[in-house]
Design a protein around this ligand. Structure first.
Ligand code: AMP
Length: 194
């Protein structure tokens, strides 16, 4: 099964993707995590990406498209995958369509996590506090100013993907305001007919 988890920063995509990875053997492909790993490794990609990420801007499409094309052909994606944080622009979505068509592996669904903005701010604030407590450090883009820009970028560049995928009949909306367990049950329900 090949899925996109779609929604603004803090909507719960990562939490739910990790759970599905465990229970269904689908590989979570989080482009944010991949870029953070590149930064930690001080690679050229990481050094370049950091300047965009620290401002809440998007990293150029070509970097992300190459990263995803490499991942989806790896053996650990053989049972399927969950795209978490990709695509984020119409050109990324079109590039994804082209690569999936080339490999004969179409998408099964786009799960849209709907969460209102006030709740997103509260969650990102909590995520930063928890991370500081547990690891002694915080993601450099998990602060209110950068989050404001990440949400603006989401609304301007990423939200337009919804009509694109709705036209293909692939979008299933979930109320991401519910407790984690309820959201998990709703995701399972949305996938049950596939
Ligand atoms: P995330 O962990 O998904 O919130 O992503 C963190 C940051 O990584 C984003 O604010 C972007 O700067 C960058 N990023 C992640 N995925 C993408 C993508 N598909 N396209 C462009 N930039 C991305």
């Amino acid at each position: 099964m090949r899925l996109i988890f779609f929604g603004p920063p803090g909507a719960g995509k990562g939490t739910q993707a990790k759970r599905l990875e465990e229970v269904r053997g689908l590989k979570q492909l989080s482009t944010g995590d991949m870029l953070r790993a590149e930064i930690a490794a001080s690679s050229d990609i990481g050094l370049d990406a950091k300047s965009y990420m620290d401002k809440g801007e998007l990293v150029p499409d070509a970097v992300l498209v190459a990263m995803i094309e490499h991942c989806i052909t790896e053996p650990d994606c053989a049972h399927g995958f969950i795209l978490d944080g990709f695509p984020r622009t119409i050109p990324q979505a079109k590039a994804l369509d082209a690569m999936l068509e080339k490999h004969g592996t179409p998408l099964d669904a786009i799960i849209e996590f709907q969460v209102d903005e006030e709740e997103l701010f509260a969650r990102v604030r909590r995520r930063a506090e928890d991370s500081l407590k547990n690891t002694g450090s915080v993601r450099s883009d998990d602060n209110e100013d950068v989050l404001k820009n990440r949400l603006k970028v989401y609304n301007d560049l990423t939200a337009p993907l919804l009509p694109y995928y709705r036209d293909k009949g692939l979008v299933k909306a979930i109320n991401g305001m519910n407790p984690v367990g309820q959201v998990a049950a709703d995701v399972d329900n949305a996938l049950s007919g596939l």
